[in-house]
Design a protein around this ligand. Structure first.
Ligand code: C2E
Ligand code: MG
Ligand code: MG
Ligand code: MG
Length: 289
């Protein structure tokens, strides 16, 4: 009976595995072509300072332009990581975003560009050097660059991963811990990590509507990070209530659809205008009377 079950299982499972393998192979080949043809695009989402109430940063978010459609990163970053293509994609996103944002950055030294970095990129020993080279070629001051990494990169036992980030920080680049709260590390561990900014994951921001009983976790994350001298950005803000709460609890910066969706470079001004309108509405709502 066991043999029969095994056989059934084998017959049932194999075509599916093959289909997945084929799909992955095709996707990888397609992605490789896209990189070569310059079809990896970047959209920019504004980040608002709660102190200045204006856009102080744009986060660069990769998009794959494929047959007239834009494929979101959740559908290709993992494949890019597995195939090693993430190295070229990461370099392209940085190069392109430096080029597209340079004029905006040059207007004010307090403005920054945030770029997402995968742990796989950090495995290359020349990563830090390449980042600084691309910034220099694009005439972007390293002090205006923020690299967003997730907690998992800090679990890599290979010490050169941390050394890369420390080298970059020594050159003025800031490191943000992305999706904070979704990983394994405790709040206590935050102190040891070479980071300057924490980005509270949007799943915590959505608690403001759906899980009020867990709100103390959110507020203690903010307070802990701030007491360690870190800056706190909250992502995924969709409602004025969320924005008010996060401002009241000490977040330094806010990002989310409430202000603007990610937009291509030629519509970045639109993002800034949307943000200004959302900020004005927020301020209006909190004015007494
Ligand atoms: P992330 O870095 O945490 O970026 C935030 C994601 O949340 C973006 O999705 C953004 O469009 C989305 N978002 C922003 N505001 C809101 C909101 O108010 N509500 C909701 N529901 N979502 C919001 P996106 O662009 O699809 O990117 C997904 C993830 O893909 C990113 O998450 C990042 O981890 C990864 N990624 C994007 N670009 C790159 C890249 O160039 N390199 C690497 N390694 N990863 C990237
Ligand atoms: Mg990010
Ligand atoms: Mg994030
Ligand atoms: Mg995220």
């Amino acid at each position: 009976a066991a043999k029969e079950a095994g056989k059934n299982c084998y017959l049932h499972f194999r075509p599916q595995m093959l289909a997945e393998l084929l799909a992955r192979t095709q996707l990888t080949a397609g992605l490789r072509r896209a990189v070569e043809l310059g079809q990896i695009m970047v959209h920019y989402q504004p980040v608002v300072s709660t102190e200045l109430l204006e856009v102080v940063q744009f986060e660069a978010l990769a998009r794959w332009q494929f047959e007239g459609k834009l494929i979101p990163p959740d559908e290709f970053i993992r494949i890019a990581e597995r195939s090693g293509l993430i190295r070229d994609i990461g370099a392209e996103v940085l190069r392109r975003s430096c080029a597209e944002l340079q004029p905006w950055l040059a207007e004010d030294p307090a403005r920054t560009l945030a770029v997402n970095v995968s742990g796989v990129q950090l495995l290359h020993r020349d990563f830090a050097e390449r980042v600084l080279d691309i910034a220099a070629c694009g005439d972007v001051d390293p002090h205006q660059l923020v690299l967003e990494v997730t907690e998992s990169v800090f679990f890599d036992p290979r010490s050169h991963v941390i050394a890369q980030l420390e080298g970059l920080r020594a050159a003025g680049v800031r490191v943000a811990l992305d999706d904070f709260g979704t990983g394994y590390s405790s709040l206590g561990r935050l102190q040891e990590l070479p980071v300057d900014i924490v980005k509270i994951d949007k799943s915590f921001v959505s608690l403001l509507h759906t899980g009020a009983e867990k709100l103390p976790i959110l507020t203690s994350m903010i307070h802990m990070a701030r007491s360690l001298g870190l800056k706190v950005t909250a992502e995924g803000i969709e409602t004025p209530e969320q924005a008010h709460y996060l401002i009241a609890h000490g977040c330094d910066a806010l990002q989310g659809f409430l202000f603007s969706r990610p937009e291509p470079d030629d519509r970045r001004e639109l993002g800034i205008r949307h943000t200004a309108a959302a900020v004005a509405a927020l301020a209006g709502a909190s004015r007494p009377g």
